[in-house]
Design a protein around this ligand. Sequence first.
Ligand SMILES: C[S@@+](CC[C@H](N)C(=O)[O-])C[C@H]1O[C@@H](n2cnc3c(N)ncnc32)[C@H](O)[C@@H]1O
Length: 338
Amino acid sequence: MAKCIRVDREDAEKVRKELISIGLLDNTYSPEQEGKFVYFAVKTKPPGRVLITREMKARQEHGKSLGEAMEGKLTKSEQGELVKSFDIVGDIAVVDVPPSLVGKQQLLANAILKNHKNVHVVAKKVGGTGGEFRIRPVEVIAGEDRTHTVCREAGCEFELDLNFVYFSSRLETERTRIAALVKKGEHVLVPFAGVGPYAIRIAKKVPSAKVVAVELNSVAVEFLLKNMERNKCANIAPVRGDASKDLPGDFVNWADRAIMPHPTDGARFLPTIIPCIKKGGMLHYYSFGDAMKPYAAAEMELKTVAMRLGRKVEVVFKRVARPYSKERVQVVVDAKII
Ligand SMILES: C[S@@+](CC[C@H](N)C(=O)[O-])C[C@H]1O[C@@H](n2cnc3c(N)ncnc32)[C@H](O)[C@@H]1O
């Protein structure tokens, strides 16, 4: 709850300037408009105004950078070790704490909580992304004791638990790009659906599309079902199972588009997924590549399998979806399957 004042919409700009000039505007919250009124969060009661309390949205903007926030709290060599960037998934900040900084992790976590009003949990990575379900384990080091959160993206909500499912907020741009390509009435197959970020972004943007979302991890499927409900997506058919063997035969030549967001192991599934794509349909294929020749391996995998199946591949677009390490990048290749 925040301390606020309510003003008529037409006076809002004038009042905002006044509040700034007397130093009472509380910038940790965004102003909110409701009907004829605008609500401003304030530090204390401005003269001549009625103070009310109200639920207000904390500003998403970041405060100090982690490097700035830790100034004076770390030695010079510790500053050099500090991993300054971190992901925010829902309201959880996921940080890298190098072994040399474990003794300072509480300070670090508190600095994040103080500077990011939208963060309520700080969790540190305790292993790399691994296993069949591609989970990256984390341990909570500050804030509320949970790894369960809701991530908001482009008007959609994804409920998830970091310790039980895969989710990457870094792929938002890629999901936006793909969702924008889907046309009315398309049949879309998402064989590695996770908690549903691709399937739901598409299903919500194009309600006439039919989306089939396949996922092996039962916990991810449970979240997918909840997320379909949360986002009111009745046009997704979830399939709990293995994309290499649990797709029924009637999916052959069914898809106008297939999305394969499984960059570490996608090649193994190409012989099953390519036959599901109609002649002239589109495949969005994710893979890891050498930073010097990012697309060579992905294109070779696609062409080899397609040729074996008597199909042809026409690459229409490719991009680096995100850097992974100095030597490796994650790429996406969009290919027409003829
Ligand atoms: C890299 S994650 C991508 C998840 C999701 N599309 C996203 O972007 O958040 C790959 C997903 O494929 C799932 N998976 C792995 N093997 C599978 C299989 N044989 N069939 C179906 N899904 C599988 C994993 O559990 C995981 O959720």
